[in-house]
Design a protein around this ligand. Sequence first.
Ligand SMILES: Cc1cc2nc3c(=O)[nH]c(=O)nc-3n(C[C@H](O)[C@H](O)[C@H](O)COP(=O)(O)O)c2cc1C
Length: 263
Amino acid sequence: MGLRKIDLSQAPSLLYPFIPVVVTAEYDGRATGMLAAWWTQLSHKPLLLGVAVAPERYTYKVLLEADGFAFNFLDFSLVDKTPYLGDVSERFYRDKIRRGGFTIKKGDALGVPYIAESAAALEMKKVDRFVTGDHDWFVGEVVSAYANEAFVNGRWDYKKYRPLMYLGRTKRPERVYRYYATTDELEIKPVEYASGEFRESAVKRHRVLDEFRMLARSLGETTLDEALKAFKELASRFSLEEDDARIYVEELIRSGDLRIRRP
Ligand SMILES: Cc1cc2nc3c(=O)[nH]c(=O)nc-3n(C[C@H](O)[C@H](O)[C@H](O)COP(=O)(O)O)c2cc1C
């Protein structure tokens, strides 16, 4: 069994399944939201998340104006409520979140609305927006987080949390169905991190990063030129390529370990 070339128009269907979130936000006293499958984590520290929203969505208008927004993760038990969040528009079906039987709560940090019935919610400060094709990419920095009792010791208990997954939809003019699934048959298999033949290279990788981090800290606040010189020296000691020094400089500036004096 090999790969066969498929029509490009079918490429988007390859991307499923998605775990959609409900993006909620408020403007002018009106809290609303919508299901969004196209979201991702963009950064660890700070914790940045992004979501793609089309201008047609009423939520888009709210996101343009709002200072923050939230991601709400739904349990599969709420699947019958999804039409309120992903089929109808607040523009033509007002107060859809409350009409769906959901309760709006306000985040501690910024007062961003989130859905109390969700399994988890992340309150975010809006930090950026990019125009990307036919959707805009809204970026938020997580400022507070909430989870229900299925989240234990920093982990999901997948017996209690059955994430809502989206498998796509059928197309008009036939009757349109959206397909949802969950992880009841989830096969969980622990795979040990970089064991066996990978061990040596993984150890080296971490040692190199640690050494660069120590070097960065020992330099204190420095100029980019000085940092590069020192990093190149260390890179050659590990037989790395010369431009790897630049890459590590970039990595450690971003992690906050290397502080560059502005000229
Ligand atoms: C599972 C699912 C995922 C969706 N993902 C997105 C998405 O990532 N971006 C987007 O703009 N619309 C997405 N939509 C469509 C919006 O949720 C939908 O158009 C909604 O009715 C918009 O509501 P609003 O006009 O009140 O904002 C998705 C819909 C569903 C059901």
